[in-house]
Design a protein around this ligand. Structure first.
Ligand SMILES: Cc1cc2nc3c(=O)[nH]c(=O)nc-3n(C[C@H](O)[C@H](O)[C@H](O)COP(=O)(O)O)c2cc1C
Length: 193
């Protein structure tokens, strides 16, 4: 994750590629219940930060760095698209009961699409950062961009050219990466946590 960017535009064709890759993510029942808000003008990006920052007046190192990104992409999930898809004859969940879903795949699939955006940024030699929109800024975000109620932003992705100072350190600077042996349970759980 990169949290500060160079004062340099991102080629729109590269952003096109990020979004073309995003829609190749897998989705339950091929529901494709996702949408992407593409913000790539200074005005739109400024509107994003005005709407989503807790206190736009007071900067902090994280926000100061993140605001330098020339592009912000907001992936949004659409739960209703999944309930509709699974009410179709080949699935048959006509009650549209959310309890049928082991986990909310609308968010998960949109997250996989977001990962493809991040991976495309790396492939293109760019930097990017995925981050959450605070719950108490959600209404302001929706209002600012006229987002329909059916769509939920699962986070946002800044994109830009890397600089040597990559901005505020993330949690990865303070926590060790958990090893494969720690997280993989081969064959069975085997009594570990
Ligand atoms: C759901 C989610 C929310 C995140 N929220 C933030 C955030 O609000 N601010 C931030 O700087 N990074 C955020 N991150 C990025 C993580 O801090 C980062 O991926 C993690 O520390 C690993 O760092 P690395 O990707 O640089 O290896 C978020 C990542 C995820 C997946």
């Amino acid at each position: 994750m990169v949290r500060r960017y160079a004062d340099r535009a991102v080629d729109p064709a590269v952003v096109d590629r990020m979004l073309e890759h995003a829609i190749r993510a897998p989705s339950a029942g091929f529901s494709q219940g996702w949408a992407f808000l593409r913000l790539d003008t200074a005005d739109d990006v400024a509107r994003f930060w005005r709407a989503t920052s807790p206190d736009p007046g007071s900067g902090n190192a994280w926000l100061d760095g993140m605001r330098t990104a020339p592009v912000v992409i907001v992936p949004l999930s659409n739960r209703g698209a999944y309930l509709d898809r699974y009410a179709e004859p080949d699935k048959g969940w006509t009650d549209r009961d959310e309890a049928r879903w082991p986990v909310p795949y609308w968010h998960i699939d949109t997250g996989m699409a977001a990962l493809l955006i991040l991976q495309t940024a790396v492939d293109e030699g760019l930097g990017a950062c995925f981050f959450g929109i605070p719950p108490d800024r959600m209404d302001a975000f929706r209002d600012a961009f006229e987002v329909p109620a059916a769509y939920t932003p699962i986070g946002a992705v800044t994109v830009g050219h890397r600089v040597s100072d990559t901005g505020a350190a993330g949690s990865a600077a303070r926590r060790p990466r958990r090893g494969v042996d720690e997280v993989v349970h081969h064959g069975r759980w085997g009594g570990q946590d």
